[in-house]
Design a protein around this ligand. Sequence first.
Ligand code: 9G3
Length: 566
Amino acid sequence: MRQSKTLIPTMKETPADAEAASHQWLLRAGYIRQNFSGVYSFLPLGKRVLQKIEAIVREEMDKIGANEVLLPALQSADLWRESGRWDKMGPELMRLNDRHERDFVLGPTHEEVVTSIIRDEVKSYKKLPLTLYQIQTKFRDERRPRFGLLRGREFIMKDAYSIHDSFESLDQSYQDMYQAYSRIFTRVGLDFRAVIADSGAMGGKDTHEFMALSKVGEDTIAFSDQSDYAANIEMAEVLDIYQQSTESMLPLTKVDTPNQKTMKEVADYLGHRLEEGLKSLLFKVDDRFVLTITRGDHEVNEIKLRHFLQAESVELATEQETIDLLGAGFGSLGPINAPDQVEIICDYAVRAVANVTCGANEQGVHYKNVNPTRDFPTATYADLRFIQEGDPSPDGRGTIRFAEGIEIGQVFKLGKHYAEKLGAQYLNDQGKSEAVIMGCYGIGVSRTMAAVVEQYHDERGITWPAQVAPFQVHLLVLNSKKDEQRELGDKLYEELSNAGFEVLYDDRHERAGVKFADSDLIGIPHRITVGKLASEGIVECKVRATGEQIECHQSKLVDYLSDLLK
Ligand code: 9G3
């Protein structure tokens, strides 16, 4: 491609509202442009990178027997009414009407569409297992689109759906997809982890998220420093291996703690460490109230609470509900003499403490010398707290560390959820009608492109790994007014292209400084510069990522590049 004939609008300055590195560089290097909040255009270089990533995805999907399809972005609301998600989803679901005032959605995902196709076209176990995938635009009306392609309102996803007549068959596809995802993200050049995750509203039990490590990631990963254990912090399990206190139990005593609201204030007022106090939070879980008790230095993990209670919804009770039920506000809650209808659930760490403090369910009054097994013996115990750095890894090997990650992929075991909702039945080998079993698997393709830039850039611009770079070679002629330079440039452009290299040719009438700066921004792995030594047939070859450069005679160029790129 000749730069004089394409569109690569580089920018000298960093756009003010671009915080994430990938957002800044993709804008400055002319890969994308924002149309409006959360919606982007991919310009020629951006489109080429997308195609490289999509090609790797397609190769790996086809290798595991997935069949590519293209499903409509425009989906009938009727399907979403059948699945129950028309009412369940909030403002994130893009809805619209056609000229006949019929309801539609712009697809944020395609479980309903796929299940409706299977319902109509797959009636026998002989057709199973079957995996379909597409690479297609998705629409989600994010409340706060941010970080450019990392969280857009219109983005490109590869979404796959596997259909089975048994859970063993689903497990096989899940493993196949899991391995294919590992190959894809490795080939794309990302430093990533597959982490145990929460299936959220999707139902089903097993799910893993693929996380590209990056400071700008919105997810926190808990991983072991001595094994391959890794989990989204929402799911990371905490072992019940606490040292039981040997203190003898002291008599329960009430103490006044006027105007002490937070755990810290109470601990300081009563002169004890944070972990020598108990934190009580009242939750509304589906239609009942639950009081959770954790050590003062731990945080309740609501996802774990929801899983433990197998509940649909978990939310903190309002202060008014708390006062009405327990007789005190947030700062003075406790498990002692709580009303019988309030279920008390403690994190495992609570069972090991002795002579601690907790609220007395009277405003500004606390208990001290609280001993859980004596003072609230009916409590149940569970793994309720968020894991913390330094905790032992749940697999018993190593210690937990945290890292930020960008979720670039997710694999789910859906089970029969959608088939039952939409009536996708098949006849099994006994002639009995059964609901199909499904798995679903997503990769954020445009988000992956941004994740690569997050991991591959320096202070001058992008440093693409060769396998997803928009071109392999950036050919610069420094002074196109000089015949010998322009002629050698044209000759090399033709020669390298004929040799099968993807070449971006900077044939513009621009100063050398502009060309070098743009080349650093754009980040193509290998730069060939035709300059003063053109008359001797000598060009400069520079590796963008490392800065190393050599002079090379034009006759050796194809071999030099072949060694580097093939
Ligand atoms: C919606 C809206 C947003 C959503 C969903 C539905 C996320 C929704 C989860 C999934 C699950 C898998 C297939 C590919 C892999 C991920 N955000 N999810 O279902 F209506 Cl507005 O999309 N789908």
